[in-house]
Ligand binder design. Structure first.
Ligand code: IPD
Ligand code: CA
Length: 281
């Protein structure tokens, strides 16, 4: 069978590198007055996010004019967030915008590509570390060309778990977030970490540096590319209640294996936020 998506992968890697260069040049010089707000006072966006998204979409559109696009900043500007069966590029120009604003060194360019709602390839470029994570369905996951493998740990008590607080500070949401965190920490696990980028957290699972990552509040552009990187590294992707991952549900649990995932599911107090494919009320 012909390798239909290899040129898509090559192009995505090339444009992620170009985008990473733009981000590297801008980090460290973000003026506080240039930081804009989206859903809340802690949901940040900058002109670099917008510029990088345009750069990525223009480049991919030129090469693949019939494909569809979901981009974080295009959706923020009013475009619909629709994941159809058509070939669709799912883009987060900067995952870890708060890190970018603060020069905290975990910032990723995320490019996922789905067909029939299945993610076929993912590119997560941790551009300040110059780590290029890539995966194609059925063909393995890599970082800078080196194969990735999840941790073999079965015992959650010997694990590091990644999670984030996201950008929602609604008190009832925070109660659930903290009660889950308290239970996870108290298992006890070796540690809880958060890189400040959903995509990088997923790549940490894929590379065996943490055993699992869970969060409610992420969006499809934060997790699409990372999802195929985790599964191709041998990990599992689930909903936080243990069912199959739904990319549009704002909920994710990525783990090195089903046993660690199931132990986490028991401790997480699940809740729902407005889905990515639900029109704004
Ligand atoms: C955010 C980051 C953060 C996660 C949030 C995401 P952004 O993405 O991935 O780690 O906690 O839920 O929205 O806004 O930096 O692209
Ligand atoms: Ca972003």
């Amino acid at each position: 069978m012909t390798d239909v998506w290899q040129s898509a992968m090559d192009h995505a890697v090339a444009v992620a590198r170009k985008a990473g260069q733009v981000v590297r040049e801008a980090v460290g010089s973000v003026q506080s007055e240039a930081v804009m707000l989206k859903s809340s006072s802690i949901d940040l966006v900058t002109q670099t996010d917008q510029k990088v998204e345009k750069l990525i979409i223009h480049s991919l559109q030129e090469k693949f004019p019939t494909h569809c696009f979901i981009g974080e900043e295009s959706v923020a500007a009013g475009e619909a967030c629709v994941l159809s069966d058509s070939p669709t590029w799912i883009i987060d120009p900067i995952d870890g915008t708060t890190n970018f604003v603060h020069s905290f060194p975990f910032v990723a360019i995320c490019i996922g590509f789905s067909v029939n709602k299945q993610v076929e390839l993912g590119v997560v470029y941790s551009c300040l570390q110059d780590e290029m994570y890539t995966a194609r369905r059925g063909k393995g996951a890599f970082c800078n060309g080196r194969p990735l493998q999840v941790s073999q740990q079965q015992d959650i008590r010997k694990s590091i778990i990644a999670t984030e607080f996201g950008s929602n500070r609604d008190p009832s949401t925070m109660d659930k977030v903290f009660s889950s965190l308290r239970k996870v920490v108290s298992i006890p696990v070796h540690g809880v970490r958060g890189a400040g980028s959903a995509a990088i957290n997923m790549c940490l699972v894929a590379s065996g540096r943490v055993e699992a990552y869970y969060e409610t509040g992420i969006h499809v552009w934060d997790i699409a590319a990372g999802s195929v990187i985790v599964s191709e590294a041998g990990g599992v992707l689930l909903d936080v209640e243990g069912g199959p991952l739904d990319l549009m549900s704002r909920r994710v649990l990525a783990a090195n294996n089903r046993s660690i995932a199931d132990q986490l599911v028991k401790e997480i107090d699940a809740f729902n936020l407005q889905r990515d494919d639900e029109p704004a009320s």
